[in-house]
Ligand binder design. Structure first.
Ligand code: MG
Length: 168
């Protein structure tokens, strides 16, 4: 049986991952509308990844005989001034998620819930990768500035991203 305190915290994290999915879906739809199919594709895959994060936590909570309780997903923005703005917002959001995961990890450690701590290791590593990927795209967008050809090339490149289920 899992501690109620940790069950509640995992349910909150599940909601945060679902909100992330909803945020990236909104970004994907926005850039599709703006005629940037590659950026839209990148965020659509990001949406799928976030759903995988949420599902992995649900499966884990079930495996620990905890109860998954789905809460409403809060609203998300629906417009960004530029691709760079959207990726900056993504980085800021992922940094927030990283701190949520770290808090959860610290709680698991404090409560001597070693199974949860172990499970969260993959999430800690996943966050390093998430932030790094986004930072690289921001660097590329900064480099091209307002150059249309450069933006076209970045859009083409992000259009080649395919979904690979995260190993959680
Ligand atoms: Mg996530």
């Amino acid at each position: 049986m899992i501690l109620k305190k940790i069950e509640d915290a995992l349910n909150e994290q599940i909601n945060a991952e679902m909100w992330s999915a909803y945020l990236y879906l909104s970004m994907s739809l926005h850039f599709e509308h703006e005629g940037r199919p590659g950026i839209s594709n990148w965020f659509r895959i990001q949406f799928q990844e976030e759903q995988a994060h949420a599902l992995a936590l649900m499966d884990y909570l079930n495996a620990r005989d905890g109860k998954v309780v789905l809460q409403p997903i809060a609203g998300v923005p629906d417009a960004w001034a530029s691709p760079k703005e959207a990726f900056l917002a993504t980085l800021e959001h992922e940094q927030k998620v990283t701190s949520l995961i770290h808090n959860l990890y610290a709680m698991a450690e404090e409560e001597k819930d070693f199974a949860t701590r172990q499970k969260l290791n993959t999430f800690v590593a996943e966050q390093v990768e998430e932030e790094d990927n986004v930072r690289q795209i921001i660097d590329d967008l900064t480099l091209i500035g307002n150059d249309g050809t450069g933006l076209y090339q970045i859009d083409q490149k992000l259009g080649t991203r395919t979904y690979v289920a995260p190993q959680l």
